[in-house]
Design a protein around this ligand. Structure first.
Ligand SMILES: NC(=O)c1ccc[n+]([C@@H]2O[C@H](COP(=O)([O-])OP(=O)(O)OC[C@H]3O[C@@H](n4cnc5c(N)ncnc54)[C@H](OP(=O)(O)O)[C@@H]3O)[C@@H](O)[C@H]2O)c1
Length: 309
């Protein structure tokens, strides 16, 4: 396949992430057909030129098929259906799977697609929907290098680029490591922000310092409005984060790498989920930490930037 941007694209999954990603491709002028289980969520993409289809099977003739759903079980379900009707001349050349799934799931998928003669790239991402809108999404990709080069122009259209890490499922382990860091860092950020508050300073003042320091990052900046003003509008759910920490712990067991901080963070997240705190953002870990610290948290109602807009 040559490097070009005139391929017919198919897209499965218009959730928080999938919608924003597909929107960038549609706005970039790509020929893209989108399917989502809840069709209404995908429908606004039509105003950017995307074709919203009713049946997964309608995507079997697209050149490159992107998938962005929740778990490996969901990936399997949608792909089995999308490829069921594919004949020799009616199957995608390539599947680019972007959901956060396990190494084992990804390897099983590679086998399944190989048996159908479809190329496969594992291409999980870093960023949330707002990060995508700001053009700052990144991909970590593994699979055949030539397939990567063919998909690359589309990956570039969705964000600030991609890192190719090698053959097979290597991208999965990179993404799992990344999200383990996400969990551990948010928990620590909640701890230190409330330590600073209990010692007497406003959260926004502490975070202003942290964000300007060498320890500040795009992540600490874009989580600042949540921590200061208790805006827990969901970007990533506690259950999806628990899934990723579990993937990390499984990988730690497989490769015999101790992961004490990950285990502890997973338990704290589980406590939060056990209390029914599942519908808001994962940064509600702040509320748990507040309760454990004897602090009644209130929004500071201070305008703080998120570093994205
Ligand atoms: N949110 C983040 O910050 C973030 C960042 C990086 C990676 N990720 C990963 O990206 C993936 C998607 O996350 P998200 O935040 O976009 O989740 P989400 O908003 O919950 O969207 C999930 C998507 O998967 C679809 N889906 C789930 N189960 C399905 C099934 N059995 N059959 C068909 N469709 C199904 C949903 O369809 P409906 O609309 O019909 O429910 C929806 O389109 C996850 O693997 C997540 O771990 C998320």
């Amino acid at each position: 396949m040559q490097t070009r941007t005139d391929q017919k694209l198919g897209w499965i999954g218009a959730g928080r992430m999938g919608y924003a990603m597909a929107e960038r491709l549609a706005k970039g002028g790509c020929d893209i057909a989108v399917w989502n289980r809840t069709k209404e969520k995908a429908e606004p993409l039509a105003k950017h030129g995307a074709k919203v289809v009713n049946q997964l099977e309608e995507l079997s003739t697209r050149d490159i098929l992107f998938v962005m759903v929740s778990t490996y079980d969901d990936v399997k379900q949608v792909l089995n259906k999308a490829l069921a009707s594919g004949s020799r001349n009616g199957k995608p050349k390539m599947v680019v799977e972007c959901s956060s799934i396990s190494l084992e799931g990804s390897a099983e998928l590679r086998q399944m697609l190989k048996s159908k003669g479809v190329e496969y790239l594992a291409a999980p991402v870093s960023g949330n929907a707002k990060v995508i809108k700001a053009g700052k999404l990144t991909f970590v990709v593994s699979g055949p290098k030539a397939a990567y080069e063919a998909a690359r122009p589309y990956l570039d259209m969705m964000g600030t680029g991609s890192s190719y890490v090698g053959e097979g499922e290597l991208a999965r382990i990179a993404k799992i490591c990344h999200n383990v860091m996400l969990g551990v860092v948010i928990q620590n950020l909640c701890e230190i922000t409330l330590l600073a508050q209990k010692a007497g300073m406003p959260r926004h003042a502490f975070l202003d310092f942290l964000n300007k320091s060498v320890m500040g990052s795009m992540f600490t900046r874009y989580k600042t409005p949540a921590l200061v003003n208790l805006d827990f509008h969901v970007t990533f759910t506690p259950k999806l984060l628990r899934k990723d920490l579990d993937l990390g712990l499984d990988a730690g067991r497989e490769f015999e790498v101790p992961m004490p901080l990950t285990s502890l963070t997973r338990d704290l997240l589980q406590q939060m989920i056990g209390r029914g705190m599942t519908e808001q953002d994962f940064s509600t870990l702040l509320l748990m930490q507040g309760e454990a610290s004897g602090i009644e948290l209130k929004p500071e109602n201070v305008q703080v930037g998120d570093g994205l807009s």
